[in-house]
Design a protein around this ligand. Structure first.
Ligand code: FES
Length: 204
């Protein structure tokens, strides 16, 4: 008999997603953020209601056509953020969402960042629309390996897809396979994303 790879909490949030936006719902929002991820197969949109005096999130909705992991992780995220300030949003990590969900299969972790990215984009859009551009967190991805044109975002994605050491990262992205001068920077980014998403160090 086949069994689910997912925790009970993931199943619950997938089957009964919280704060999901229904097509016919008239939800008045103050900010909206949208991101797409072709590898995950779809798009995520987050809507926020924000108290302008305290810059606190009072309510939210989201919608996606993504997979079970994207739905469950965004559902749990939508419960976590009510009452948070906009600045708090930038400090939410994947580890926090994973812990809340009781884990996800490794090859599904990349789907869980969709909701988080759409949420951060909504906060950035709120700042942009209210004369607070100085508070916007830049999401532009820096190029780490100039020879192979590999960005920080691609390193992060490779980590979410299972890269646990520099050699696996090279197999997945080809980073550092030409002049090699980017190796130190690449290893530093690898360590950063392993810690950020899984709370672990590089495994040899
Ligand atoms: S900069 Fe990465 S191999 Fe040259």
């Amino acid at each position: 008999m086949s069994s689910w790879l997912y925790s009970e909490k993931v199943k619950d949030h997938f089957m009964n997603p919280r704060n999901i936006m229904f097509d016919d719902e008239d939800f008045e929002y103050d900010a909206k953020g949208k991101v797409g991820n072709i590898k995950c197969g779809d798009e995520m949109v987050f809507y926020l209601k924000i108290d302008p005096d305290t810059l606190t999130i009072t309510d939210c909705r989201w919608k996606t056509f993504g997979c079970a992991s994207a739905i469950a992780s965004t559902s749990v995220l939508s419960e976590m953020i009510k009452g948070m300030t906009l600045e708090d949003i930038y400090n939410i990590s994947n580890v926090d969402i994973m812990n809340e969900l009781g884990g996800l299969p490794d090859n599904k972790v990349h789907c869980s960042v969709l909701g988080d990215k759409a949420l951060q984009e909504a906060v950035n859009n709120y700042y942009r629309g209210h004369g607070m551009e100085d508070k916007v967190h830049d999401t532009e991805s820096r190029i780490v390996c100039e020879c192979l044109n590999v960005s920080e975002e691609e390193i992060e994605f490779a980590v979410l897809e299972g890269a646990r050491n520099y050699y696996q990262l090279q197999e997945m992205t080809k980073i550092g396979t030409s002049c090699g001068k980017c190796e130190e920077d690449a290893r530093e980014r690898l360590a950063f994303y392993l810690d950020k998403h899984f709370g672990v160090k590089e495994i040899d």
